[in-house]
Design a protein around this ligand. Structure first.
Ligand code: F3S
Length: 289
C-alpha cells in the first residue's frame, strides 16, 4: 500500500502563527502571572484546545462571557486567526483586558480594505458563509451597508439601490471558483465598484492539491475538526474525485476496511489540524495496510 500525504496538509501560516502566539503568551505568563484567555477557541481543533486548557488558558465565548471575569482576573485575551469585529476589540480593551491580536495578516488585510472602502462610501459585499466568525468579524469593520452572499442565487437575488457602489471581497476560505462565479453575476448585473480577490492562497493551493491527489488515489482520507469549514470543503472536493473519501477528526474515527484492489491512499488535512494527528494517521495506514 502506498500512502501519499499532501504537501500542504495541516496548519496554514495564519493558524500556526495564532497557536504560536498562545504558547508565547503562556511562556510570558510564567514571568508575569497574568491569566490568559482566547476569544473563542484558538483553532477548530479539540486536541489543541484541550492542551491549552490543561495549561490554564481559558476560552471566552462572547463579550458577555468576558464581562463575567472578575476585574482583577482580566489578563490577556488573544484574538484568533479568524479575527473579530472592531467593536469587540474595543470593548475588551474597555473592560481592562490586554488584547493580543493574532488575526491572520490575510484576514487583517480584508478588515483594512473593508474599513477604508466603506469609509469612502462603498457598500460592502462579503462572499462567504453568513454566521462564520471570520465573516462576522469582517462585517464588523464596515461602516456602511454590508451584504453577505454565499451563492450565485443569492447574488442574483440581492437588491441594491441604483448607483450604489460596491466593494466585493471574499471570506479567505471560500472556494475560489465559486467566488469567481458570484463576481460574474455582479458584473452581468452591471454593478459599479471594485472586486478584491481575498481568497487565501493557502486555501487555493490546499484545495487544488487535494483535488489532484483525490483524482489519482483509490482512497482519500481528509483529517480535520468537524467544526472546521475549510476541512468540510476539502472533503467535498475530494468526494467529487474519489468515492472512497473519509472525513475523520483523529485516528480514533478511522475504521477502514479496504478492498484488496486498493493500492494508493491519499491523505490531506484542514488548516487547523496539528501535525501530530496527521502523522499518526499516516503511520497507522502505512503499517496496517
Ligand atoms: Fe490565514 Fe489563509 Fe490560514 S487567511 S488563517 S493563512 S487559510
Amino acid at each position: 500500500m502506498e500512502v501519499i500525504l499532501a504537501e500542504h496538509a495541516g496548519f496554514c501560516f495564519g493558524v500556526q502563527r495564532a497557536v504560536d502566539t498562545v504558547y508565547e503568551q503562556i511562556a510570558c505568563r510564567e514571568k508575569e502571572g497574568r491569566p490568559i484567555y482566547t476569544f473563542g477557541p484558538i483553532i477548530h481543533n479539540e486536541e489543541v484546545v484541550c492542551d491549552l486548557q490543561r495549561r490554564g488558558v481559558r476560552v471566552l465565548d462572547s463579550l458577555a462571557d468576558a464581562g463575567k471575569v472578575p476585574k482583577e482576573e482580566r489578563g490577556t485575551v488573544i484574538i484568533r486567526s479568524h479575527g473579530v469585529e472592531k467593536a469587540v476589540c474595543e470593548s475588551l480593551k474597555d473592560m481592562g483586558f490586554c488584547v493580543v491580536d493574532a488575526t491572520c495578516p490575510f484576514v487583517k488585510r480584508i478588515h483594512n480594505i473593508v474599513e477604508k472602502e466603506s469609509a469612502e462610501g462603498k457598500s460592502i459585499v462579503i462572499v462567504g458563509n453568513a454566521g462564520h466568525p471570520e465573516v462576522e468579524g469582517i462585517k464588523g469593520w464596515s461602516g456602511s451597508a454590508t451584504y453577505i452572499v454565499e451563492s450565485v442565487e443569492e447574488a442574483q437575488n440581492l437588491v441594491c439601490s441604483p448607483g450604489e457602489e460596491l466593494c466585493i471581497v471574499s471570506q479567505t476560505t471560500f472556494n475560489y471558483k465559486k467566488f469567481q462565479d458570484v463576481v460574474e453575476i455582479f458584473k452581468e448585473r452591471g454593478y459599479n465598484g471594485s472586486v478584491v480577490n481575498t481568497v487565501c492562497n493557502a486555501t487555493e493551493v490546499r484545495q487544488a492539491e487535494a483535488r489532484e491527489l483525490a483524482a489519482r488515489v483509490d482512497v482519500m482520507i481528509v483529517i480535520g475538526g468537524n467544526q472546521s469549514s475549510n476541512t468540510r470543503k476539502l472533503y467535498e472536493i475530494c468526494r467529487q474525485e474519489c468515492d472512497m473519501t473519509y472525513y475523520i477528526q483523529t485516528l480514533d474515527d478511522l475504521h477502514l476496511r479496504l478492498p484488496e484492489s486498493v493500492r494508493l491512499v491519499g491523505i490531506t488535512a484542514g488548516a487547523s489540524t496539528p501535525n501530530n494527528i496527521i502523522e499518526e494517521v499516516q503511520n497507522y495506514v502505512r503499517i496496517n495496510f
